[in-house]
Design a protein around this ligand. Structure first.
Ligand code: SF4
Length: 297
């Protein structure tokens, strides 16, 4: 979380009915079968309930990625719409470190909400971004959670985004993660769901599983079937793209958005949004101007 987020002017944000119109086009014209609400933090939007409910009515799989702070208010809605995926971002199990990383004193609330969601039968995935020097020493503790809890923990390699302090030395790689976990637990590879972004594992006999998202050291862009629509109505064909296509303007002028959607898909690069590798120089000169908080995971 940036210390001083730049809030977007509200007239730049898509209204609830614009979100719904665009979602309808993606579903009916392009066969999109799953819509995930992510952030920033999607549940802080005052009209989040209505938007999520209406999108679910389009008959798509609906999923949410949240920081977990407001999750308790939304569990009844998620049950009602049959939410298919609930991801909670949690980078540490240490309450003090949590406050330093997120600038929110909310670890207990988030943890209680994760347990509440599990209690109500949701399949919860925990997303942990592994940053060398910050939290790589907690990998084993996170895997330990899966002993009794039916969680899927996902360890995500630290990726470079505008203003997040990334450097190549801060990446704790997929291989290093497996080595570190393997020193404590026997680890077994399990089958990955189709188009999964993570490589899945489990410790035999444990209730839950874990996986690694190796975007930096072992990219999987060849099977990436995602496209992102930001809160201000731009389409991004990759987390790292610099080619943003503005759908909001066209929508407000009453122009068709389909040609723009098709252009965005055709502009997709083979890998990493066309970023020429993850060297320091390449990253600082070619990163998109958007921070991760303004893209959504
Ligand atoms: S294409 Fe972009 S969004 Fe898709 S997996 Fe690769 S880096 Fe991630």
């Amino acid at each position: 979380m940036p210390p001083r987020p730049e809030w977007m002017a509200s007239d730049r944000l898509l209204t609830a009915s614009e979100v719904l119109r665009l979602a309808g086009i993606f579903v009916k014209s392009y066969g999109i079968s799953k819509i995930r609400f992510t952030g920033g933090e999607p549940l802080v939007r005052p009209d989040a309930t209505g938007i999520i409910e209406s999108v679910a009515r389009l008959g798509v799989e609906t999923a949410v990625t949240t920081n977990g702070i407001l999750l308790h208010h939304f569990l009844p809605l998620f049950r009602e719409i049959g939410l298919s995926g609930l991801n909670v971002s949690l980078d540490t199990l240490n309450p003090q470190k949590f406050t330093r990383l997120t600038l929110r004193n909310a670890f207990t609330q988030v943890w209680d909400n994760i347990l509440r969601a599990l209690d109500r039968g949701f399949h919860v995935k925990l997303n942990m971004v592994v940053m060398r020097g910050w939290n790589e020493d907690e990998l084993v503790d996170f895997v330990g959670l899966t002993r009794n809890l039916p969680l899927h923990v996902r360890f995500i390699e630290y990726m470079p985004f505008r203003g997040n302090g990334w450097n190549s030395g801060s990446v704790f790689t997929y291989r290093e993660m497996l080595e570190s976990i393997g020193r404590e637990y026997p680890v077994e590879k399990i089958e990955d769901p189709k188009y999964s972004t993570s490589k899945s594992y489990r410790v035999p006999g444990f209730a839950g599983t874990f996986g690694v998202i190796s975007t930096v050291s072992q990219p999987f862009c060849g099977t990436c079937n995602r496209i992102r629509l930001t809160a201000d109505g731009t389409l991004r064909n990759c987390l790292f793209t610099r080619d943003e296509i503005n759908l909001r303007e066209a929508l407000r002028k009453g122009e068709p958005v389909e040609p723009l959607i098709e252009k965005a898909v055709l502009l997709k690069h083979r890998q990493h949004g066309g970023l020429p590798g993850f060297g320091e120089q390449a990253v600082t000169t070619t990163l998109s101007a958007r921070s991760m908080a303004a893209i959504g995971g």
